[in-house]
Structure formats: structure tokens, C-alpha cells
Write a protein that binds this ligand. Structure first.
Ligand SMILES: Nc1ncnc2c1ncn2[C@@H]1O[C@H](COP(=O)(O)OP(=O)(O)OP(=O)(O)O)[C@@H](O)[C@H]1O
Length: 264
């Protein structure tokens, strides 16, 4: 297994924000973490990328406990893309992307032609070539998100962790970025709210609710009408998507009336 987390819990006082969550992910697969607001998705990711130390449980990366990695070797193996990133007032987009090279370079290494090529290629991959020399802070929310993904691509990690990377993106880039992540053939863990996007593009899904793992498996094993109704408290119809065959969810509106047997 590329990634294995066993019986993870993370508590604040008496409250278990994560409660006995286990998950396994083979190399090269993309795992989508789904669940309602406050379910514990970001907390699970924070444990995986070592920002938080679990109160209980073990995490291994390619068979080795994550706590055994030095900071540098962890940064060489794992790239993280978060929603809220520190400000980079004095950097161009290309300079921000080049930061992804840092874990692989010595303290006094100069930027080589190969480095510049990697940065240019990553910028082209996320559609930001024209904005390479623009200040990073002047980019729109979606452009910033794509720049951060380019930085992670340049880092060439074995595991890529992304917390809601599609948040600021228009639908074209939501699809494009997830397809791009798949094409990288890396092991990817991503938290995502859009269940249809998750269904279309993730190999595995982990559904969290109130810190508990409610289901894990392929999208058609996890995304059932009953489970979506129970966990998200919405009414929906699930049918195979006409193109890829994974679950396609159609939501019904006025569901409170419907569930009470009243006319919407
Ligand atoms: N450091 C903390 N101290 C106390 N409570 C916390 C802390 N971090 C997270 N929580 C709580 O844990 C719960 C899970 O938070 P988390 O951010 O992991 O959820 P999430 O599934 O990512 O939510 P969202 O979809 O809204 O981003 C929330 O109720 C949150 O308020």
C-alpha cells in the first residue's frame, strides 16, 4: 500500500474530531475524502501530512511510519495543496511554482535550465503560461489555486494531498484539474465537496460523518441514495452516468416537505 492509516483518532478534550478512521490506498490511485461540513475531512488530511499528530493510530507511507521521515525527506515524498496559503507578496507566479523544487535542492544550488523547463512545463499544464511573470498576489482565486497545483507538480511527490482544490475553480478547471491529477499517475488524496465530480474522477472514496468513516470503496459502493440521504440529509436519485457509468446524483429540492409526505 502507498498509504495506510489505521485506527486514527484525533481528540480535542473529550471530543473525538476523528474517531477510529482507517483507510488504505494503493499506489497510483486517487482517494476522495467526502462528507458534510465539519465531518473531519481537513483534520484527517492534517494528520496525513503531519500537521497534526493523531491521538491514536498509525500512518505509514510506502510501508514506513510517517513519524520516521525527516522533514526534508517527507517534503520530497509528500506535496500539500491547501486552500488558505500564506501571502507571497513579492513573488511572480513562476517564482512561486519554482518553490516546489526546494526540497530536492541543496542550500546553494542555482536554478538550472532543467529547473526552468520544469517550471514552464508545470505552468503550461495548469494553463498559466501567460501569467508566469505576473505577481502571484494579483492572480484570481482560481488562478492562485492552479499555481499552487503547479508548485506541487514541480515537487514531484509520491503522495499529493489536496484540501478542496476545486473550491475557487470554474467548472472547466474543476474537471481539468481533477483529470490532470489523475494523469500524473501519483497517489493522490483529495477532499472534495462535489459528489458528482468525486464519483467521476476518484478511484476510491472515503465518506466521513462526524469524525467516523461511514463507507470506503469504489464510488458505486459508497454513493448510494440511502447513504447520501442519511449523511447529507438531502433527497436524491442516483443513476449510472451515461459516459463513465459511476453514480450520477440528481438532487431533489423541497425535500423537507417531500420527506414529511407533503406536496413540495
Ligand atoms: N483545533 C481544533 N479545535 C477544536 N475543534 C476543531 C479543531 N479543528 C477542527 N475542529 C472541529 O472539528 C470538526 C471537523 O473539522 P474539519 O475542518 O476537519 O471538517 P471538514 O470536514 O474539513 O469541514 P468543511 O467541509 O466545513 O471544510 C469541526 O466541527 C471543527 O470545528
Amino acid at each position: 500500500m502507498a498509504l495506510s492509516a489505521q485506527h486514527l483518532s484525533w481528540r480535542v478534550g473529550e471530543r473525538a474530531i476523528l474517531a477510529d478512521v482507517s483507510v488504505e490506498l494503493p499506489q497510483g490511485q486517487m482517494l476522495g475524502i467526502i462528507g458534510p461540513n465539519g465531518a473531519g475531512k481537513s483534520t484527517l488530511l492534517r494528520c496525513l501530512y503531519r500537521y497534526l499528530t493523531p491521538s491514536q493510530g498509525d500512518i505509514t507511507l510506502f510501508g514506513r511510519a510517517v513519524s520516521d521521515f525527516s522533514a526534508r525527506s517527507f517534503a520530497q515524498q509528500v506535496a500539500v495543496v491547501l486552500q488558505d496559503t500564506p501571502h507571497h507578496f513579492d513573488m511572480t507566479t513562476a517564482q512561486l511554482v519554482a518553490l516546489g523544487l526546494t526540497p530536492h535542492k541543496g542550500a546553494f544550488s542555482l536554478t538550472s535550465d532543467q529547473d526552468k523547463h520544469e517550471v514552464r512545463r508545470a505552468l503550461a499544464t495548469v494553463g498559466l503560461t501567460a501569467l508566469a511573470d505576473q505577481g502571484y498576489e494579483q492572480l484570481s482565486g482560481g488562478e492562485k489555486q492552479r499555481a499552487l497545483i503547479a508548485r506541487a507538480i514541480v515537487q514531484k511527490p509520491k503522495l499529493l494531498i489536496l484540501d478542496e482544490p476545486t473550491n475557487h475553480l470554474d467548472i472547466r478547471y474543476q474537471i481539468q484539474i481533477l483529470e490532470l491529477l489523475r494523469s500524473l499517475e501519483m497517489t493522490v488524496v483529495i477532499s472534495i465537496h462535489d459528489l458528482n465530480l468525486a464519483s467521476a474522477l476518484c478511484d476510491q472514496l472515503l465518506l466521513l460523518d462526524q469524525g467516523h468513516a461511514v463507507a470506503q470503496g469504489r464510488p458505486n459502493e459508497v454513493l448510494t441514495e440511502q447513504r447520501i440521504a442519511e449523511v447529507f440529509e438531502v433527497c436524491c436519485q442516483v443513476s449510472p452516468h451515461p459516459q463513465h457509468g459511476n453514480p450520477q446524483i440528481n438532487y431533489f429540492y423541497g425535500y423537507h416537505n417531500v420527506t414529511q409526505g407533503e406536496t413540495p
